[in-house]
Design a protein around this ligand. Structure first.
Ligand SMILES: [Zn+2]
Ligand SMILES: [Zn+2]
Length: 175
């Protein structure tokens, strides 16, 4: 049975930031810098020291662009977890100081992928497919806890994994 190549690349987090959010992030950075360097100093009585101004202005610029990268990430990441991306983008925008993003990471659901055997949607923490009983992760034949594909013995109960009739770790390697 061949494993769907999509299920391997699904964890590639860098590709989860869409181009539009990078463009908006760069634009936001330029806009913030323009405001702090050009617009704001006009009509100001006291000018802060240059070092302070550089630090302060760059920080705000980076914060603004991070905000849009975050929203872009959520818009791509939420559908993979069967969560509403519209709802979470709204939360990220409405909550001040990035609290929405923190909430998102605390509350997000496990990744959804497909069973290699029957294409049913399964969560990343499932051991077996709920539709066809296909074994999704290598697990011990006695206590059914997850084991690594390279383990000889179960780390929980000490069961010898090669004693299983078609050991799960070998089945996972063979896919
Ligand atoms: Zn299945
Ligand atoms: Zn075990």
């Amino acid at each position: 049975m061949m494993r769907d190549p999509e299920s391997i690349t699904v964890n590639d987090d860098a590709r989860l930031i869409p181009v539009w959010s990078i463009v908006v992030a760069v634009a936001a950075f330029v806009l913030v810098e323009y405001y702090f360097w050009v617009v704001l100093p006009v009509g100001r009585q006291h000018h802060p020291p240059l070092g302070f101004a550089v630090y302060f202005n760059l920080s705000w610029g980076l914060l603004a662009s991070l905000y849009f990268l975050m929203v872009g990430y959520v818009s791509k990441d939420a559908p993979r977890r069967a969560m509403s991306s519209r709802f979470w983008i709204l939360i990220c925008f409405v909550m001040p100081g990035g609290i929405g993003a923190v909430l998102y990471f605390l509350l997000r659901q496990p990744l959804i992928s497909r069973c290699p055997a029957c294409s049913t949607f399964v969560q990343s923490d499932f051991h077996f497919c709920p539709s066809c009983d296909y074994q999704l992760t290598a697990s011990c034949g006695t206590c059914f806890r997850t084991v690594r594909a390279t383990d000889q013995f179960c780390t929980c109960c000490g069961h010898e994994l090669s004693a299983d009739h078609m050991p799960a770790r070998l089945r996972v390697m063979a896919d």
